[in-house]
Design a protein around this ligand. Sequence first.
Ligand code: SF4
Length: 426
Amino acid sequence: MPQALAPSSPLASEQADIACPFCGLLCDDLEMSEALSPKQPPHRACPRAQLGYTAAELTGNPGIAGKPADFEAALSAAIRLLRASKRPLFSGLGSDVQGLRALFKLAERCGAVVDHMHSGALNSSLRVLQSLGWHTTTLGEVQNRADLVVILGVDLDRGFPRFLARHVAGQDALQPARRAQRRVIYLGPKAHAPTCPAELPLEVLPTPTARLAESLRTLQGLLQGIPLPRTGKAAALAPLAARIKAAEYPVFVWAPGQLPATVSDLVIGAACELVAQINRTRRAAGLALGGDDGAQSALAVSAWLTGFGTGVGFSRGALKPQGELGGSAAALAEGGCDLILHLSSFGPAHLPAADKPRIVLAPPGFAPREAPDVYLPIGIPGVDHPGQLIRTDGVVALPLRALRPARHPSAASVLRQLFAALERKS
Ligand code: SF4
């Protein structure tokens, strides 16, 4: 008989140092003094996290073709679809390390193509890393050592609401002198300029996203002392070039997932070349903000288990990287995939548009509006059950705690049950 619920850790009535799973920063300083509820999200949860904790309150039933079903019936329907499929696409991949490990094992069993919902952004970073190399840093280094932070068009308020307050403005720094000197410059569309804590001076240099790469190349030229016209872009960027020259440890911050695909490789590449140029004589680093929806964990798990990033395709024991194809849309466009299994634990499940049977694993608060062929509700790692996620800078795997008795099984538990059932019937 399938097990519906995974065991969860004992709950303490008061908890501190809770890690938030709702963006790649994984802030691990949240606190709770009362039971979790929409009116009582953990203390320090930002607006984005509050939306996640509010969605976590919704409950729902498993479903088959839009009709409520019991868990065993929905699981059996999913098993039938997987058995009938010649080449499923496992998409979304929004899960913790344990869920992703179980998903890759099932993917190998099914000969599936595996693709994370943010694989476009992940692939952009990987392409630059492979072709140019890069020198990146960690959230801790920014907090402790950077004296200049240059934000490259990142909409921090929308995507990473506590980045400035926690890692840039925070008073907790190993080098208080550097912290006291720290300046923040935002180079990007004015509409996305961040709301800065009062104690942190912010300068805004408005630049359209489409011209960010060009601005970074101009900065390279100014730092190299190449004679440039004293008007227009070069003149506007000259004060920033002077700031960078004077800084002991400038850090350049970008968010691959927020950059349009048409310019993302160019912007990341130009930022990495600028950092490399400064590093010839001093110290500088880049910081890529991302890792939402378990993306950093998916990248790590895929690398551990397959040697490739997401996505990959399993086929009769062979493994083929699919990264250059550009994600789920390309995998589906190839015409090879005849079933979609979509996993989304931390945000709304946006299914790849395709006329294929669909199995969805998502918490009820994140279930798709349109009923899939099979819906299996799962818990949220860090809310319903413990787990681990890898932070955006890729240097730590943070433990997630259960904040309440689990209402639904973990993704890992459901995926393992699917695997066991397929093994039994083969
Ligand atoms: S910034 Fe991100 S990790 Fe931190 S509380 Fe907000 S959603 Fe959670």
